[in-house]
Design a protein around this ligand. Sequence first.
Ligand code: TRP
Ligand code: SF4
Length: 400
Amino acid sequence: MYAERVLSGMRPTGSLHLGHYHGVLKNWIELQHEYPCLFFVADWHALTTQYDNPQGIEKASMDMVVDWLAAGVDPNQATLFVQSRVPEHAELHLLMSMMTPLSWLERVPTYKDQQEKLAGKDLTTYGFLGYPLLMSADILIYRADKVPVGEDQIPHVEFTRELARRFNHMYGREPGFEDKAREAVKKLGSKKARLYEEMRTRFQQNGDRDAIEQAKAVLDEVQHLSMADRERLFGYLEGTGKMILVEPGYLLTEASKMPGLDGQKMSKSYNNTITMRESEESVTKKVRSMPTDPARVRRTDPGEPAKCPVWQLHQVYSNDACKEWVQQGCRTAGIGCIECKQPVIDAILREQAPMRERAQVYLDDPTLVKNIIADGCEKAREYARETMRDVRESMGLEYH
Ligand code: TRP
Ligand code: SF4
């Protein structure tokens, strides 16, 4: 019924690093060719934990969008916007808050996890508890059916699905829905009506998804049904009523395998990153001072790549011939560590060159970025307004 739409958000953490590039952005860039995509800066989400220090959020948002563009996210293919500039998210969040059981929020695993992890911060706030609900509003307002997320975010998408189901069940029913649906079944003619009922029972009793498809095929054959009856019959089939909000699916983004400078996963909190647009001198210096296999004290001591973080970077950046050269040279002390690091430095600089070039255009003229976001926000708002019209109507808040 709806075009397959991809939606993803990122909290504004400022300059992104190569882990973000390899883990998330490359994936977005592929998706933008395949689907209509919406990518947004989740600045309100940043406030749920950073409410005591909001000053840096705007700059962090802009820097992050420049990094998206630098990576190759194309504003002509994907819609880029900022959450707080589409206030409809807040309206949907509010309306859904009325029917969201507190216990559902309290049992989202990130709730307690994050409170423990950020123990120094008072996160016993209403906004922090509502974080998954805000994320649900982000997703549902665009009727997105594909949400690329990391593993840690999957419970939030599951929560969103449950919420959409609850919402449709509560508000997707017109008065007298059951009677009207039964009347509509009769209009199918006795043979098709029997088939439809059989499939409906099969789904509702056994959760048989094939039965749904078969029943839909039956409905497709019937020409004389009104749109309203057709909708009722779809809703009656699954027991949902009318579908106002779409249950999203997720696209699992593989955990980043990008190693940092110390061999741990690259992460800002480990202080082992190379930023996407880090200067050439700094990249060179950082890689040159990376630790290596501690057994190689002198140039003449042989080493073992498996014990060396530089080897992990070779696995990301080097071809087979180069990797062979490293293994061989390291184990026989045929090459020195500085020599071994050079191909990694070269490869990173090669990867960054087009990013630096693309970013320069936006750094020279920041209004370009502002305009991209303004256009994106306008487009996003159009979708969001459409959903909100249906949501308000279904909750009896039309006022006309
Ligand atoms: N919660 C996500 C994170 O921390 C960011 C996010 C907010 C998001 N809203 C979203 C991701 C909607 C996907 C869809 O990474
Ligand atoms: Fe690491 Fe390369 Fe030195 Fe071996 S030669 S210890 S792989 S940097």
